[in-house]
Design a binder for this molecule. Structure first.
Ligand SMILES: [Zn+2]
Length: 221
């Protein structure tokens, strides 16, 4: 896995390496040991199929998230919300100590989005006061961010340009997910804080020319 820390990588330029790693892991789980008797080998292959098949199909593809992502991507969007087990086991992260897990990623070869289960839940329930504001805000921000990786535009592989678009379109994204304009404004400080964290910790997300949206003080008169 990449040595560099990642927040929510688009898997570029490491996308192909990650993809190769994924295929290698799958092949390994399917290959019986050398010298094994045929029946035993077949049993192992069957076991691999049984173990692999249900996990491959466990993630959700929420229609709401795909619809909102498609609005920003200007094309249909495949948005995957894995189970926690799938997320932790995603071979794209590797298994070494200190492997950092992102908030989400866009697989740039097969063009699909995968989001952290907690952030999927936040984006799905943007108006639910039972979930913390940070979870709803970051879920929305990550969804919009990954959608801009899917969109076919000149800067789709630039984390800085993509993240700038994500924070600038954050309140629009929150409203498409069901928030009122007032709630979108209430969520904005958490999105700005997440954005600030990203650009502070990871230089590749930093766009000095990015014009950030302003929170409106909801105080009257
Ligand atoms: Zn990204």
């Amino acid at each position: 896995m990449d040595k560099r820390p990642t927040i929510h990588p688009a898997r570029e330029p490491g996308g192909q390496a990650a993809d190769r790693r994924y295929r290698r892991v799958l092949r390994r789980s399917w290959r019986p040991s050398v010298g094994m008797r045929h029946a035993a080998a077949l049993a192992l292959v069957l076991a691999a199929v049984l173990l692999t098949a249900p996990r491959a199909a466990a993630y959700d593809r929420p229609a709401l998230l795909e619809k909102v992502a498609a609005t920003f991507a200007l094309r249909s969007a495949d948005v995957r919300c894995p189970t926690t087990e799938e997320w932790v086991d995603d071979p794209i992260w590797g298994t070494g100590p200190g492997v950092s897990r992102a908030w989400g990623y866009t697989e740039m070869i097969h063009e699909y989005i995968v989001m952290h289960p907690a952030l999927c839940a936040g984006a799905m329930a943007v108006s639910d006061p039972g979930l913390p504001l940070w979870q709803r805000a970051v879920g929305t921000l990550v969804l919009v961010h990954e959608a801009y990786h899917l969109r076919h535009w000149a800067s789709r592989r630039s984390e800085a340009k993509v993240e700038c678009q994500a924070i600038r379109h954050f309140t629009a994204g929150a409203q498409l997910l069901g928030a009122s304009p007032e709630l979108a404004n209430e969520l904005l400080p958490f999105a700005l804080a997440a954005h600030q964290r990203m650009v502070t910790l990871f230089r590749e997300y930093r766009d000095p020319g990015c014009k950030l949206p302003l929170w409106r003080l909801p105080m009257t008169p």
